[in-house]
Design a binder for this molecule. Structure first.
Ligand code: ATP
Ligand code: MG
Length: 302
């Protein structure tokens, strides 16, 4: 799969502080890339570098297959829609008037503006002052501004921040719909839960470093589930498995924590050889949240 964004050793230092540390990002074409990390982990700084809004201290960026330089930036930017940190828009103007500014700036057509407003479901509210918009409407207007140019790549920094569950669901539905139209979307959040349902690929930052990049399924592979074996011969089973993995008594048998597939196979084999009756064997999956917490050392806010 070709990449829309690739970085090599991307680094940003602010004085002695390294905010983004040697990132190798890989955002495949057509995916929703969920960019996760606790507050201060470097998400916004990374996105600003990708958009040429901030200069990297070192490392390289390729956007749509081209190295991002001062010269290529002007050519590449029209195909990237973005919303960084707070949603944009002037409160004393209506949604439509704000869109008009974007239209004039980017020389867009009126149908493009109408379409963007319709996509984010703001057509009916377009003549209201933005200061009277709800936070969700402001976020959607921000997305409309990013969308109006018909971009092939959307970079959205925390578009669900501060929204209630219904608002989050609305943005999620919208992004999935846009992704279905072939737009590659990079979306950040500090809450795993807001992103994991829509993202095909997750990139997880902690302290400026990428601690995981891959699919949800690959993230689950980092989980070390418990193994639960139901057996009436609890003590005998515990004695048999002791040299493979220490277990503990459980309601109807024994429980072995944090055990991988290989050792699970060994345990089952050992018990079967010893003639211990097994009524049920099951693995109890960690939640994605738990996996995430383990990876970030339970230091983050996620
Ligand atoms: N202009 C700047 N000058 C100095 N330090 C900065 C600057 N911008 C960001 N930082 C620092 O870089 C680190 C990363 O900040 P960044 O805003 O990228 O994090 P974030 O992951 O977007 O956090 P949040 O979830 O709070 O938005 C932080 O320690 C921050 O204080
Ligand atoms: Mg941020």
């Amino acid at each position: 799969m070709s990449a829309v964004i690739t970085t090599h050793g991307l680094t940003k230092r602010f004085g002695p502080h390294t905010a983004v540390d040697s990132l190798d990002l890989h955002v495949p074409r057509g995916t929703i890339y969920g960019f996760l990390g606790p507050n201060g982990s470097g998400k916004s700084t990374t996105m600003k570098m990708l958009l040429g809004l901030t200069q990297p201290s070192s490392g390289g960026i390729e956007i749509l297959g081209e190295p991002l330089t001062r010269a290529s930036r002007t050519r590449l930017l029209p195909s990237i829609g973005s919303m960084i940190e707070a949603p944009p828009g002037y409160g004393h103007l209506t949604g439509r008037e704000n869109m008009r500014i974007v239209q004039d700036m980017l020389e867009l057509s009126t149908p493009q503006i109408d379409r963007a407003l319709a996509t984010v479901r703001l057509t009916e509210q377009q003549h209201k002052l933005v200061r009277n918009y709800s936070l969700g409407m402001k976020q959607r207007l921000g997305i409309a501004m990013a969308l109006a140019r018909d971009p092939s790549l959307l970079v959205l920094d925390e578009p669900t921040n501060g929204l209630d569950p219904a608002g989050i669901e609305e943005i999620r539905t919208l992004l999935v719909e846009l992704s279905g139209q072939g737009i590659t979307i990079m979306v950040s959040s500090h809450l795993l839960d807001e992103i994991d349902k829509m993202a095909g690929i997750l990139g997880i930052l902690a302290g400026g470093r990428m601690i995981f990049q891959g699919s949800r399924e690959q993230l689950f592979e980092h989980s070390v589930p418990d193994l639960i074996i139901e057996t009436p011969e609890q003590q005998a089973a515990l004695a048999q498995v002791a040299t493979i993995a220490p277990g503990a008594p459980d309601a109807d048998g024994i429980r072995i924590s944090g055990i991988d597939k290989d050792r699970t196979a060994q345990v089952v084999h050992r018990l079967a050889l010893a003639g211990i009756p097994i009524h049920q064997v099951r693995r109890e999956q960690q939640s994605l949240e738990d996996v995430f917490m383990d990876l970030t050392g339970r230091e983050g806010l996620l």
